[in-house]
Design a protein around this ligand. Sequence first.
Ligand code: UD1
Ligand code: MG
Length: 451
Amino acid sequence: MSVALIILAAGKGTRMNSDLPKVLHPIAGAPMLHHALNAASVLEPAHTIVVAGHGSEQVHASAHAFDQAVDVVLQEEQLGTGHAVNQARNALAGFNGDVVVLFGDTPFLQPDTLIRMIEARRKHDVVVLGFDIAEVQPRYGRLVMDGDQLVKIVEYKDATEEERAIRFTNSGLMACDAETLFSLLSEVTNDNASGEYYLTAVPELATARGLSVTAVKCDEAETLGVDSRTDLAGADAIFQSRARAELLDNGVTMMAPDTVYVSFDTVVGRDALIEPNVVFGPGVTVESGATIRAFSHLEGCHVSRGAIVGPYARLRPGTELAEDVRIGNFVEVKNATLATGAKVNHLSYIGDASVGEASNIGAGTITCNYDGVMKHRTEIGARAFIGSNTMLVAPVSVGNEAMTGSGSVITSDVDDGALAIARAPQVEKPGMARKLIDMLKAKKARQSRGS
Ligand code: UD1
Ligand code: MG
């Protein structure tokens, strides 16, 4: 049976106090919406529809940046979760598989849970995902069960005292075949305490039709919703502790894991060593046996086996380090490829460049890649030796086994095996230093007598 996803993301998220729509706030470097889409990708959906409202253009752009096809429909006025699902009706015209509704602001949903819901859907007409709350909270709808049958969901505002005491609550997720769902939604009214068209009215309407409605249970932590910046920071912290634990389990060494920040897609191989206070932005892969030393910041880069990065290094997007490369302190690398065994050990900027095998880049070297309007490339061959404080004014190339003299400003290409020196020649004036000092001392003495 094919599956269509409807992800509700039209709400304003007032408590976030932000211009950014709530579902686009990031956790571990990815918008919450992408976390939800990622979890749901286990269902291999035939259609994915995001219902957007507040900040719909931004939501649209973010949904399209996700690496699977996503349609975005607009809910102009936020008249409730049932009304929101209804906005996907036209987009799903003719679709006769199952619909799974989920919220864009529940980033911790586990793929297994979605599978359990779909499995339950084979035996029941409507399946809702519920969880037991530890403490009674007004924010969730209550699931009123009769054995396996979910009789109805009552929103807290509409519930009796007895119903409010129920601990089994609604996560918001629902699975139902498309035709039944949209037919039930046509019967939903806004006759309730909030004056909204509730999605949660569906189970009661289904029960009245004699359909089989049930609830699947998950852990409370999975359905954790994010409504405020505090929730967002808490969610990120939860993500971090899970991701670090996973890295440790996979054989990564971290002496102070709590100080390492990882992104949603960070990949680190077995026996890699991550020292304290390292930040992984999105898009980083570190191979087995590489070392990332303290206080380094990496994003959009690949570090191969045996490479050592840092301390205090910055690897920006497009950095590709081959095996046994060394990147030392206060070195920034961007959009550059460094071949096996290349070294950039101190105080350098290597941007829009390629550095050949076993080349050594001296301290303070800078690839001058930007002319104020355009970016240009620097190509350095294999086994080249770039003297300290060389300015490589791109576009420029330095050949295999070539050298540049320290302090050179290299503006033309250097041939294989050549030594290029581009600095003012040294001039020596015998005795001049002492003479100069004597002159200056005499001048100072005259001035202090005069004052
Ligand atoms: C909802 C459920 C409640 C459940 C809780 C779990 C309903 C009526 N209530 O309540 O039973 O326990 O979630 O967190 O469904 N949205 C839209 N358009 C709208 C309204 C909402 O897209 O018109 C989206 C929001 O952006 C959000 C999601 O739907 O992603 C849930 O809406 P929210 O207002 O947070 O519902 P709750 O009151 O939390
Ligand atoms: Mg909510």
